[in-house]
Design a protein around this ligand. Structure first.
Ligand SMILES: [Zn+2]
Length: 342
């Protein structure tokens, strides 16, 4: 540990772009393998070989493979437990995490309610016992078409009406960006907004700036997941700066999936930040990418020369970009200012 790492580790943090299923630890999936007599073979061992992930497509394959270990609703308690462990390891007190029901429902073993009852209960329990607060965003998914996404939203609306839980706060659009433009999901997002749900969307991760424009103009996305290709469009840069729509930047994820970023030192978070855009730092898929949030900040500091003051700005941005109730956010901001040292 050198440079700013000990400092970064000491600051209580928030995270706003994290896929809950991609936090599942090897201990948990080995337990699930034992539970279901899944053999330890070359395919399952692949899970620990992150060098196999070379693109968003192969990342999604690994993600679906992890999901295939979940066969009973209670298995999602492992997910909740591992997200909270990840949070504690990184001194994170608040997370807005995606959970993706599409593949789970398509397999037919677990219902939407079964999946989310356990996730919500697991996180509520953790909130009580550890103080770590994890709120969920349902990834309606762009990989399986409009009908699937709308079904996920309708299941969510029914679930919220029945349970009146505050553990789920919105919807997101993840999955294959190429061939599945935001425009196709306009009706889903309009319906979600009319239900008072927060809406966010991945965009500009592996498609050009037009994807980010669509997320803003058609989906009215409150934040943009990644937004990496924004640098290719001066008018978009200006718009992002003027509106201060937060970008959920995930440096390691972009370097691993290799679409627009070949190495950390070339990551656009530096020019985006310098231009005055509201950027935040996140991990996306910590276990799949073998990265912690503390590492991400440290990488930005060392590879892209973010000073302590600039790191502080990123930490503030992340908190202010959350969907926390305003009074709670202001109280947290006060606490954060008290521990930051410029
Ligand atoms: Zn993501």
């Amino acid at each position: 540990m050198g440079g700013l790492k000990p400092y970064i580790a000491s600051i209580p943090k928030t995270e706003i772009h994290l896929h809950a299923e991609a936090c599942v630890s090897s201990v948990s999936y080995h337990r699930l393998m034992d539970k279901y007599d899944i053999p330890h073979d070359s395919k399952t061992n692949k899970l620990t070989d992150f060098s196999k992930i070379k693109s968003l497509k192969s990342m999604l394959e690994s993600f679906y493979f992890v999901q295939s270990f979940f066969r009973e609703p209670e298995d999602f308690l492992f997910v909740a437990k591992d997200v909270v462990e990840y949070a504690k390891r990184n001194n994170i007190y608040y997370i807005e995490a995606f959970a993706s029901p599409s593949m789970v429902l398509n397999r037919g073993l677990i219902s939407f309610d079964g999946m989310f009852e356990n996730l919500v209960a697991g996180f509520a329990e953790a909130r009580k016992n550890t103080g770590v607060d994890v709120r969920l965003i349902v990834d309606v998914s762009r990989s399986f078409g409009l009908e699937n996404a709308m079904r996920n939203l309708e299941l969510l609306i029914g679930f919220l009406k029945r349970t009146s839980t505050d553990g789920i706060i919105g919807i997101g659009l993840g999955g294959q960006e190429i061939g599945h433009p935001c425009a196709e999901y306009e009706t889903v997002f309009a319906k979600a907004r009319s239900e008072g749900l927060h809406v966010v969307s991945h965009a500009g991760e592996e498609v050009g700036p037009e994807s980010i424009w669509d997320a803003i103009k058609l989906l009215h996305s409150e934040r943009i997941g990644h937004g990496t290709s924004a640098t290719m469009d001066p008018a978009l840069l200006e718009h992002l700066r003027d509106t201060q729509i937060p970008l959920e930047v995930c440096p390691t994820s972009n370097v691993i999936t290799k679409k627009y970023v070949k190495r950390y030192s070339e990551h656009p978070i530096r020019p985006l930040f310098d231009y005055g855009i509201n950027v935040t730092v996140n991990t996306d898929d910590p276990v799949l990418f073998s990265v912690d949030l503390n590492d991400e900040y440290d990488t930005v500091a060392t590879e892209l020369n973010f000073s302590r003051a600039e790191i502080n700005r990123l930490l503030r941005n992340n908190l202010m970009a959350t969907f926390m109730p305003e009074n709670e956010k202001q109280a947290r901001l006060k606490k954060l200012e008290a521990v930051l040292q410029d």
